[in-house]
Design a binder for this molecule. Structure first.
Ligand code: G3H
Ligand code: 13P
Ligand code: NA
Ligand code: ZN
Length: 317
């Protein structure tokens, strides 16, 4: 059944776990996420981005998720709109049946220009008023996601606890995305991250200021080195890069992280599995593309299962 993000994260907080929020654009991802959740009895968060809307369309996302609900009626599922750039696009997602929306007012509508605090409060507050009237949850974002590696002024990128507390009070968001040194995509860190560039400590300070808030970690793919090697062994040319170690996310869960956004890891697992499948001598004459998609689905399913288990949501469906 579809539930709201707040319902799920309140329960997760009570039991001290976090839920991976996987980005989806197609059926194979939806099936991989659900098969893994079913195997370990985990609740599910599926989220659609602007890119997913461009690729599949929000109506297709809605019906893919509805199919998952129908096939797995016993699994609680949050249908979340990731990084909506305006109140209008949040309204559209609500109209399409989403039970949770992220109003990303940390950036202006172009999704590039950093926004001022007052703008962020204004648009997020508007979405909270609208969404709460419909039983829909709202995630806001305060701070600026981005790699700290090249940046000397860390204060510009890390979420400030006082500002976060003020933002929560003014907007009444249900969950808060925070900046602690993660960034979107595969190229997060040029070497395994230390506490200087991935500042898990900041979560402790944030939790002291906001003991009841559910924190969201964006850019939380771990960039599995095994998948990087598989991709590069089969014609890929991905340069050396590192993600957020699962152990650091598990540490963050102690300090209020309840939703962990993962997109890149599923992209890596499916790209690696498809490249490897197509390169096998036995498969060079294969024309049934479903076999290629199935290889991708299996790889994504294994990755989802690992995350449900590591973040502690397994067993809580
Ligand atoms: O915001 C994070 C997602 O990874 C964005 O992906 O290319 O589907 O918009 P997208
Ligand atoms: P990754 O690129 O690390 O998977 O992050 C995804 C994300 O934060 C989506 O909102
Ligand atoms: Na989101
Ligand atoms: Zn994100």
């Amino acid at each position: 059944a579809i539930i709201s993000l707040k319902q799920l994260l309140d329960y997760a907080a009570e039991h001290g776990f976090a839920v991976p929020a996987f980005n989806i654009s197609n059926m194979e991802q939806v099936q991989a996420i659900m098969q893994a959740a079913d195997a370990c009895d985990s609740p599910v968060i599926m989220q659609g981005s602007a890119g997913a809307n461009r690729y599949a369309g929000e109506i297709f996302l809605r019906h893919l998720i509805q199919a998952a609900v129908e096939q797995y009626p016993h699994i609680p599922l949050v249908m979340h709109r990731d990084h909506a750039p305006s109140p209008a696009l949040c309204a559209q997602a609500i109209q399409n049946g989403f039970s949770s929306v992220m109003m990303d007012g940390s950036l202006l509508e172009d999704m590039k220009t950093p926004a001022k605090f007052d703008y962020n409060v204004e648009v997020t507050r508007k979405v909270v008023d609208m969404a709460h009237a419909c039983g829909v949850s709202v995630e806001g974002e305060i701070g600026c996601l981005g790699s700290l590696e090249a940046e000397t002024d860390h204060s510009r990128l890390l979420t400030d606890p006082d500002e976060a507390a003020q933002f929560v009070e003014l907007t009444r968001v249900d969950a808060l995305a925070v900046a602690i040194g993660t960034s979107h995509g595969a190229y997060k860190f040029s070497k395994p991250p230390t506490g200087e560039v991935l500042v898990i400590n900041r979560l402790k300070e944030l939790q002291q200021r906001l003991p009841n808030m559910h924190f969201v970690m964006h850019g939380s793919s771990s960039v599995p080195q095994e998948w990087l090697a598989v991709i590069n062994a089969h014609g890929g040319e991905i340069r050396q890069t590192y993600g957020v170690p699962v152990a650091e996310i598990v540490e963050g869960i102690k300090y209020g992280v309840r939703k962990v956004n993962i997109d890149t890891d599923l992209r890596m697992a499916s790209t690696g599995a498809m490249r490897r499948f197509l390169a096998q001598p036995d498969n060079v004459a294969e024309l049934d593309a479903r076999k290629t998609y199935a290889a991708a689905r299996n790889a994504m399913q294994a990755l989802c299962l690992e995350r449900y288990q590591a973040f502690g949501s397994a067993g809580h469906a």
